[in-house]
Structure formats: structure tokens, C-alpha cells
Design a protein around this ligand. Sequence first.
Ligand code: CU
Ligand code: CU
Length: 374
Amino acid sequence: MSRPLRTICLLALATACGPSATRNAPAGDSAAAAGATASDTGAPAQGTRTIGLPQSRAAHPDTNPPANVSHGEAPIGAPGARPPVPAALAPRDPGRLHRVRLEMSHTTIEIAPGKRYAAWTFGGQVPGPVLRVRQGDTVDFTLVNKAAIPHSLDFHAAEIAPDKYYRNLMPNDSISYRFVARVPGAFMYHCGTAPVALHIANGMYGAFIVDPAAARPAAKEFVLVQSEFYLTPKPDPQGTYSIDWNRMLGLAPDHVVFNGRASQYAEHPLEVRPNELVRMYVVNAGPNRISSFHVVGGIFSQVFEDGATTTPLRGVQTVNVPVGGGAIFETRLREAGEYPFVTHAFADATKGAVGVLRAAEPGSAPAGPAAGQH
Ligand code: CU
Ligand code: CU
């Protein structure tokens, strides 16, 4: 498609898919935004370029975006933004026995610029650490509860009895066990303590990658965990938000994010090279919203649903990642440029489930902090 025509199509889609939120800004937002950057307020920071409509609580979206607007709902390359949570998938430890120790604790995280959230975590971070093993490897696992309430952990990558191993741990309790990761894929792990939606919505999830016994081809690899945050109307006196249970039950997230923070990979694009094989492991932690994963300007050469190795989809545009599931997406970006990746459920992209793959030859663009490795 020629560039002028492509621009027109993107404009049309951006307009059609603009935000339509009717909930007004929580009163606490103004306090939280006291030190906010321009990106908080929806106005492009100086020197940045907006590729989407600003996230807004306005009753009606802006239907007259500037000419350079396309998909995506956040400024690209906002200067001064916090470093992103690394999206590069680290290489696997070559050993066949993996000793993993996770502590569960409560801490404050940042889920959007200037917006702090009282999270429940694995390893003090949201998402929890990415775990990666090879099919047939043994995981020697220890879980410790450093929080003041019961928690637990459910590995979707394991085939073991939940009543034995996924039981609630009281504060300061721990459990150790081993299992064999028999099935390759992109799996979720999460706290399974009731109510599970509360524990997941508060941040207790992560990705567990099991590589097939026959290695996949070398690629630039990223891991993206999609999830949602449901906020109280106002933060507490320390400026920290916590979960609004009724908004969670009403399926009305304030932020839908990749790797725990809204729009972070729009601010800090993921760097790739034109035509190199890009592999994205996408896990959808939810707790509620299906991810319709799509790369603007790209077509997936292969998608392995849940990581199944035998029956990849070929030549597809968008594939759903169910809540509690995962998929492995492969593509090659055919020319230099910035390619947004989104959930094509665009209300959720508006709320932060958007990022950018920047395809550039080495030396032709500044190296991004999230540049990956394989
Ligand atoms: Cu929990
Ligand atoms: Cu589960």
C-alpha cells in the first residue's frame, strides 16, 4: 500500500476507534498528576510525536486528530519517561534442573506515569519474574509468603495436583516441590487464592516459557504479559491507588497494560531490524479482558496458540489470547518504520495496551532501552 493511502486508512481507524470513556476523571487524578509529565495529561511532550488519541476521561473523544496520528494511544519516545520494564526475553539457563525461589510480598508499583498502585506481587514486581525452561526440564521450586495475608501459586505449565501444591500459604509459610515441564508453550502462573480475581487484578501473575525440545529458530524475542488495573476513584493520602472491586466485577478497567505499565513501549519502542524474525510471547493474565493481539503494518508468519508446536496458524492478522492463556507470535517487519502492537479491542488499547516495534538498521536510530536479545 502506498504511504498516502496507508496514512488515510490509519487515520480512519484511529478516529473510529478513539476513546469513548464516560467516567470522569477521578478527583484524585489531579493530586496524583501534580508532578505529571505532559503525557499524563494527554498533551504531547515537547519533542515527542503522538501516534494516537490521548487517553482521556472526556465524554467524547477527539475526532480531529493531527495528520501524523495512527494506531496507538500514547506519545512515542516521551523524554523523561521512566525506564520500561524489560520486554526482552532472556536466554534460558542451559541446565536441565532449574532452582526457582519466589517470594510473595505487597509493594507499591507505578502502573502509569505518576500513578502509584498498591500491588500484590511475586518477587516484588508486576508481572512476576519471567521463568524459562526447556521441555522436559525439572523445576525445583520454593514459594515463600512474605505478605500479611494468605497467597499461593498456580503454574499452568505444570501437571500436578492443585490441592497438594497450589494450597494457600499463611504469612511466613513456605512450600517446596519439583515438577517436570513436559509441554512447550507460553504459560501463565498466578496466585490462586480466593477470590482469584482480586489476587490477579492486584498483580500476582507472570509468564513461564517452556521451549520445545527441538529449538525454535533464532529470533529477536520479547515477552509481553497483558493485564488490567481497576482503581479506586481517589488515591490514599500517600497518593497510592488500590483496587476498586466493583469496577473489577463490572469489567471496567482503568488501565490495560503490557508488562505492568500503560503504554510503556510506546514511550520506549522495542528495537528490531527490518526483516529479522521477531518472536513475541504473549501471555494474557486478565483477569477479564481477552487480548486480540495485532501488529499494525505486519502479518504474523506463524502463531503458535498456547505455544502448541504442531499446528501453527500461518499468515494471520489478529489472534485472540484468552484470559489465562498465551500464544507465540512470529513476524518480520518488511521495512524500516514504527509498527504499533495492540490489542485490537481498541478501548483497551486506549487504556494502555499499546506499544511500538521500531524497525531500523543498526546505527540508523537511537538504541532503545528495551532492545532485546535472543
Ligand atoms: Cu495472592
Ligand atoms: Cu489459572
